[in-house]
Design a binder for this molecule. Sequence first.
Ligand SMILES: NC(=O)C1=CN([C@@H]2O[C@H](COP(=O)(O)OP(=O)(O)OC[C@H]3O[C@@H](n4cnc5c(N)ncnc54)[C@H](OP(=O)(O)O)[C@@H]3O)[C@@H](O)[C@H]2O)C=CC1
Ligand SMILES: CC(=O)N[C@@H](CCC(=O)OP(=O)(O)O)C(=O)O
Length: 342
Amino acid sequence: MTHRIAILGASGYTGAELVRLIATHPSMRIVALSADRKAGMSMAEVFPFLRHLDLPKLVKIDEIDFADVDLCFCALPHATTQEVIAVLPRSLRIVDLSADFRLRDPAEYEKWYGQPHAAVEIQKEAVYGLTEFYRDEIRAARLVAGTGCNAATGQYALRPLIAAGVIDLDDIVIDLKAGVSGAGRSLKENLLHAELSGGTHSYSAGGKHRHLGEFDQEFSKVAGRKVEVQFTPHLLPMNRGILATVYVKGDAKIVHQTLEKAYENEPFLQVLPFGSLPSTRDIAGSNFCHLGVIGDRKPGRAVVVAVLDNLTKGSSGQAIQNANLMLGLPETEGLMLAPVFP
Ligand SMILES: NC(=O)C1=CN([C@@H]2O[C@H](COP(=O)(O)OP(=O)(O)OC[C@H]3O[C@@H](n4cnc5c(N)ncnc54)[C@H](OP(=O)(O)O)[C@@H]3O)[C@@H](O)[C@H]2O)C=CC1
Ligand SMILES: CC(=O)N[C@@H](CCC(=O)OP(=O)(O)O)C(=O)O
């Protein structure tokens, strides 16, 4: 059976990545694609790399007949998303990639996103989209809220360690490097080549990054008590990829064993041998997350490094993995693409 798919925000980076992946998915067929300023254009005009595909034209959202859609991916900016989803048919299955439905507590949403949530009732039914930890809920969900890409990377490194009680919960530092596609396609001054290439800088430092809302929510839930990590992201002059270096207090060998055990049956989460650390070069364009652990010269301290591609495992690949579960398909269907190397 082929499922009919709509993608809202198809002219953005995650929208294009959804199209790239779904184009070879055996059980999904794209029937509608939306854009805002680029409505009326073809995908080939917006993205020449997709010109070999026979795709519907980009239209405004209100031109889509959702009666002909089985599942909708929503790849729109924050805030816009909650307005759009509020007027879609209540029966439509949705995988949202934005931040609008990730935080359970509306007060936390307001704290991190600076405005009250406008669709609190819908937020209540959303399931957090970190697939490996929410499978059963995702299978039964109508609305799945994809995670932040930085938030996914940090959680893959830490969730099993917090759950197993093998690290000090009050001494966790996430130092993260992110590629520029994570910021989306719209023009921003600090993303101009002249201001980005040849250098790197931190942003949202000092406990201000919005993904701390997700870390707080999820880590505290796993630990059964409040957990607050230190987190500083940095923007790197690369297109895709995230690398998180996570500093923890705990026995490095036990940390490694705990991750290996937790992920031994996870097709997309690959734990490297003890002492090997991963590179963003090995996961580009794929739905894999690689993790490595090494000890420190200071006894009792360990370093965990996690890498993933923000546009695949960090957003669009994760979204398809979740959609597969919602549609009763094999979880890995359409997603076992090898990374692009070099
Ligand atoms: N980039 C990433 O790595 C990740 C992104 N996300 C989230 O996914 C969502 C999409 O991100 P990304 O693809 O990077 O964003 P882009 O900025 O690249 O694309 C945004 C898309 O939304 C459309 N759009 C913008 N404003 C409106 C509007 N008012 N009404 C209807 N459509 C609109 C744009 O259309 P047009 O081009 O015509 O203006 C475009 O198709 C965001 O919420 C983002 O935070 C989540 C995880 C990772
Ligand atoms: C490089 C960069 O700017 N990355 C974005 C994260 C992208 C992401 O995960 O998206 P959401 O905005 O949906 O949370 C950031 O750090 O804000």
